[in-house]
Design a protein around this ligand. Structure first.
Ligand SMILES: Nc1ncnc2c1ncn2[C@@H]1O[C@H](COP(=O)(O)OP(=O)(O)OP(=O)(O)O)[C@@H](O)[C@H]1O
Ligand SMILES: [Mg+2]
Length: 339
């Protein structure tokens, strides 16, 4: 049995098994042509149920933009393209051509969690047979080996691993993602606001804002990917010059964070003397705005925030399987047989 944690985000899919961790763009669709050599192109061709999907970077070149799965659609978790991304991610951490049992932890945005978790679990609990760039995998996933969490709880759990005292506290948790930000309030490890719905803002708003700024103020028309890199480095080289983007990034993040903070404080009051845990890929960009608007709260920004959710899933899987194993030993005196 191999434990695998997968955080399928609307922009980036993150996967972890043991110490192996990867991320791939959440791009998938049926390709019009697969003209490139598999070895030469980043991304993967995923085949299952007589269907072929291009995923990750490959989807950029081989799928018509209007045929890419829309990861902002609430029903995209029910699409085969979602499975293609999940398979591509799992193939990155499993031994090549693995056949055997997998226990899987993944998540859903909070707004979809109560309604969709059972449907998703039912889809995942079966034998999965697929190929990734020609390597065949056969995975057996039992219902009892599936864990589905609200994504934002993955962030809380990853933080709990670093600070066990959080289990007795009331904290706000904010996951700033690519297109959306989800938040919840956790009191003694129980979430109080299931369907916050979050806010339709994320790191993409800042990236698009910076693209516009560069084009209008510096006549520098760059792609989304170049602007994303510039946002993470907080500067960009333009010809001979380095343009410092720090102030402008903060300004855009401040303007955008209003919506998120308004919805949070509606349920949290002023959150006096409380902690706010911030994670997700947009964490470092939005944390200064969150910090200055809620100055009385302790804002904890994750160091490696894009992976914090998948790290939390991984830890949850590990601990819950250990607990089960203990229970099994107590009842039967025997450990479970390995796959
Ligand atoms: N250190 C960083 N500084 C700035 N941006 C970053 C940094 N690390 C990651 N990012 C951005 O974060 C994005 C991904 O964030 P994340 O993986 O949390 O989103 P997601 O899970 O796809 O979105 P959602 O949770 O809304 O579905 C990347 O596309 C990248 O642009
Ligand atoms: Mg996410």
């Amino acid at each position: 049995m191999i434990d695998v944690a997968v955080d399928v985000g609307s922009g980036v899919t993150k996967v972890r098994a043991g110490d192996k961790r990867f991320s791939v763009p959440s791009l998938a669709g049926i390709p019009t042509a697969t003209g490139h050599d598999i070895e030469e192109t980043e991304g993967a061709i995923v085949q299952f149920d007589n269907e072929t999907y291009a995923t990750g970077e490959r989807a950029h070149t081989e799928v018509r933009p209007d045929k890419l799965v829309n990861t902002r659609d609430d029903s995209w978790y029910e699409k085969d393209a979602y499975l293609a991304l999940l398979y591509n991610a799992m193939a990155k951490v499993l031994p090549k051509g693995y056949e055997g049992k997998v226990s899987l932890c993944t998540g859903l945005p909070q707004a979809l969690f109560l309604q969709h978790r059972e449907k998703l679990a039912k889809r995942l609990a079966r034998k999965h047979r697929f190929t990734v760039n020609g390597d065949e995998f056969k995975l057996y996933i039992r219902m009892s080996d599936i864990r589905i969490l609200p994504q934002v709880m993955g962030l809380f759990i990853s933080r709990l691993d670093l600070d066990r005292s959080l289990q007795y506290q009331k904290v706000a948790v904010i996951d700033v993602g690519t297109y959306t930000s989800d938040w919840t309030i956790v009191d003694q490890c129980k979430t109080l606001h299931w369907a916050s719905g979050g806010a339709p803002i994320g790191i993409s708003n800042v990236i698009e804002g910076i693209r516009e700024y560069l084009s209008e103020e510096h006549r520098n028309r760059c792609s989304y990917a170049v602007a994303a890199k510039a946002v993470s480095e907080r500067q960009i080289r333009s010809g001979e010059r380095i343009i410092d983007l720090a102030d402008h990034i903060d300004k855009i993040a401040f303007a955008n964070s209003e919506l998120l903070l308004a919805s949070l404080s509606e349920h949290w009051g002023d959150g006096k003397d409380s902690k706010i845990i911030v994670g997700g890929g947009g964490c470092h960009v939005y944390a200064p705005a969150i910090r200055s608007c809620l100055a009385h709260a302790e804002v904890i920004a994750d160091k490696d925030p894009m992976y914090s959710i998948v790290d939390g899933y991984h830890s949850y899987l590990f601990h819950s399987r250990q607990k089960e194993e203990k229970g099994r030993r107590k009842n039967t005196g025997r450990p479970e047989q390995a796959a």
